[in-house]
Design a protein around this ligand. Structure first.
Ligand SMILES: *Cc1c(COP(=O)(O)O)cnc(C)c1O
Length: 353
């Protein structure tokens, strides 16, 4: 605290991102990055961008990128908003679409950035408990609200909500915006993007950080009807007109255009996940059904924090959340390469022996 801080800053409780350790040779399974590099076409586009043209500002509206994203999803470019990572897109959505008089709703176990944005923008919220099996029950959201947001699959549980359930929620909730954060949808779920034509209150958010192997480039986007996109654009142009630099725009365009590489890598991750799930189960872990590039698992005889610490001493890092109490026994483990997952399983074998 400092006397120079504004009252807003004094009241913040910032998000704490997963560790990015400076040590080499770690098996890094803690922040849901893709274990495979981006498409070679992305690297080529980035090299081409390293030129004298860097003296010029980038396109403030990222038109080429919005067109590439629109083509990828079969929508119009004016239904697409892009930002510096989906975290920025989400932040703008909180201010532009979720800040009303009534509290917004999100699950009690979910992406821990949501309450942080509420704190930043002074938005009231109510946490809706997941079921005992960590599922979202849409009936629990059939109450007056200022908006609804949840990831699908949910984080950190990895559990998927069926598209039919999302549609049931939208049918009962037409007066406020529903944001579906699909950061992990490419690893096993059906996207809600197809519903935006029918539901003007739906905003679907995606990131290139996970399924496109581009966490380091910082690109995310939202898809929704034009009036929602306009609201996000108004906030963006009141904050930073150039959120995506020339590299980010060029690299992201190339990634959206290489669907074959995208499909190859996500299918590899899914195949490794299925092996990891059965290996963990064989060690006695309870693993929640995962539709993501990570698994959420607990061992009935071992404390979650202790397990994470033992793995760390063996140079393997996974994510452990102390809060809320009901998830403290769990580890959130990113699906790495087959070799990384084998190293994890071997270390767990030793620790549990
Ligand atoms: C990773 C993640 C994001 C943020 O992605 P960036 O595009 O890297 O900012 C958003 N929501 C959820 C649920 C995530 O797991």
């Amino acid at each position: 605290m400092s006397r120079y801080w504004s009252e807003v800053v004094r009241g913040l409780s910032p998000y704490v991102p997963g560790e990015q350790p400076k040590l080499a040779n770690l098996v890094k399974l803690n922040t849901n990055e893709n274990p495979y590099g981006p498409s070679p076409r992305v690297l080529e586009a980035l090299r081409a961008e390293a030129a004298d043209s860097l003296r010029l500002y980038p396109d403030p509206n990222s038109d080429r990128l919005r067109e590439a994203i629109a083509a990828f999803h079969g929508v119009e470019a004016n239904h697409v908003f892009v930002g510096n990572g989906s975290d920025e897109v989400l932040a703008h959505a909180f201010l532009a679409l979720l800040k009303h008089d009534a509290p917004i709703l999100f699950p009690d176990v979910t992406y821990s950035f949501y309450p942080v944005y509420c704190g930043l923008y002074g938005i009231e919220y109510q946490e809706v408990p997941l079921t005992d099996s960590f599922e979202i029950r849409v009936e629990d959201y059939f109450v007056p609200n200022g908006g609804i947001i949840f990831p699908n699959p949910n984080a950190p549980t990895a559990r998927l909500l069926a598209l039919g359930e999302i549609e049931r929620l939208l049918e009962k909730n037409s007066d406020s915006v529903v944001v579906v954060d699909e950061a992990y949808i490419d690893f096993g779920g059906e996207s809600a993007v197809g519903l935006i034509k029918k539901y003007p209150q739906l905003l679907v958010v995606h990131t290139l950080s996970k399924s496109h192997s581009l966490a380091g480039l910082r690109v995310g986007y939202a898809i929704g009807q034009a009036e929602l996109i306009q609201a996000l654009t108004r906030v963006k142009d009141s904050f930073n007109s150039y959120p995506l630099d020339r590299f980010a725009q060029a690299g992201a365009v190339a990634s959206m255009q290489d669907r074959e590489y995208f499909d190859q890598t996500r299918h590899k991750v899914v195949a490794t996940r299925e092996r990891l799930v059965s290996d963990l189960a064989a060690l006695g872990f309870e693993v929640l059904p995962s539709a993501a590039n990570f698994v959420f698992a607990r061992h009935p005889q071992k404390d979650g924090a202790e397990l994470a610490a033992s793995l760390r001493s063996r140079s393997i890092i996974v994510r452990h959340f102390k809060k809320p109490a009901r998830i403290a026994p769990f580890l959130r483990i990113t699906v790495g390469t087959d070799e990384q997952c084998a190293a994890l399983v071997n270390a767990l074998k030793t620790i549990l022996a």
